[in-house]
Ligand binder design. Structure first.
Ligand code: C5P
Length: 322
């Protein structure tokens, strides 16, 4: 049996809490096909998990509740508002796992958000993946990694990758993954905007631009092979030359000031800069860790971002901590 490599009562602390964390992601390649009949777009993508983590703590309780803490607990309006009821993907993850395991969906869940919502960084997906791992231990459901991946795919297109981490090729809606071995570390600076973008709105804008002939239809999906080869072995110039994201153009239409933010990143010495996923986060590629720290300092003062974070990847997917 493909049992989880972690879990078990040893991970439950004195007050019964179980803690898990999961990383943000950057799509270093994101090719998007035309809108399918199921309302989704077929993708060819390369995911990279980066060192910005949300932490989910679950405790025994008589019902299900969600509390948000941390720098990105959420605004009061707009796509970055994070609900604490059944609209939260973590609530849905809890109900799905409980149903699968035949247990009651009872837990007091705290989500410590370091990953901004509606930022193109899969923050909600990270929360769902971490919740699955933590609740599996709290409830003793003994799900296999395969079971959790199957539940993850039902929760959202990016949740399976948040569970897996590292580097992976994604197809289908993004939920079909093949892991890629990348031996070297990549340093990035994430430029985080003050206001989020809605993922469906960005996909919708892509469809509109294509329907009006302002962008190629996307019938031919660009191959991820060059970016995978560059990710495996470098050098940084090779990766810089292969980064691409079909959602960048629609994100730029919806948020024109992103153009200046991207230019600020390259102007400050980034090897390349692109919009992460559906945006509006700017992912700026640095030559190494020192370069990332310097780049982050410069971009922090540029006025284009609410905040910046120096991160690196690949890092592991959702796992227990403590
Ligand atoms: O799967 P998830 O719930 O994260 O997707 C959110 C939205 O993003 C979908 O409702 C859809 O509008 C869009 N999407 C898409 N094609 C994908 C993934 C997401 O159109 N492959």
């Amino acid at each position: 049996m493909n049992r989880l490599p972690h879990g078990g009562p040893g991970r439950i602390t004195g007050d019964g809490a179980v803690v898990a964390r999961a990383p943000a992601k950057v799509n270093v390649h994101l090719a998007v096909a035309p809108l399918g009949a199921d309302g989704y777009h077929e993708l060819r993508t390369v995911f990279l998990a980066v060192s910005l983590f949300d932490t989910v703590t679950v405790r025994p309780a008589g019902d299900l509740s969600i509390e948000l803490t941390g720098a990105f607990a959420g605004g009061s309006a707009g796509p970055d508002r994070v609900p604490t009821d059944r609209r939260n993907i973590v609530w849905q993850a809890a109900e799905l796992l409980a149903q699968r395991a035949g247990v009651s969906a009872e837990a007091a869940i705290t989500i410590d958000k370091s990953i901004p919502a509606a930022a193109g960084l899969a923050g909600g997906s990270a929360d769902a993946a971490a919740a699955l791992v933590a609740l599996d231990t709290l409830w003793g459901t003994h799900a296999t990694r395969g079971d959790l991946a199957e539940l993850a795919a039902r929760l959202g297109s990016d949740v399976p990758f948040s569970l897996l981490g590292g580097v992976a090729l994604g197809s289908g809606r993004g939920e079909r993954l093949s892991p890629v071995l990348a031996r070297r570390r990549w340093d990035w600076v994430l430029g985080i905007a003050g206001e989020g973008l809605s993922t469906p709105a960005v996909y919708g804008e892509l469809d509109r631009l294509r329907a009006e002939g302002l962008l190629p239809a996307g019938e031919e999906l660009a191959s991820p092979d060059p970016v995978v080869a560059a990710l495996r072995s470098g050098p940084v110039e090779a990766l810089a030359g292969t980064l691409s994201n079909d959602l960048q153009a629609p994100a730029l239409v919806l948020r024109p000031q992103l153009r200046r933010a991207l230019d600020a990143a390259t102007g400050a010495g980034a090897a390349a800069a692109l919009v992460s996923g559906s945006g509006p986060t700017v992912a700026a590629l640095a030559a190494d860790e020192d370069d990332a720290v310097a780049l982050a300092a410069e971009l922090a003062g540029s006025g284009h971002f609410r905040t910046v974070r120096a991160v690196h990847g690949p890092v592991p997917g959702a796992r227990l901590v403590g």
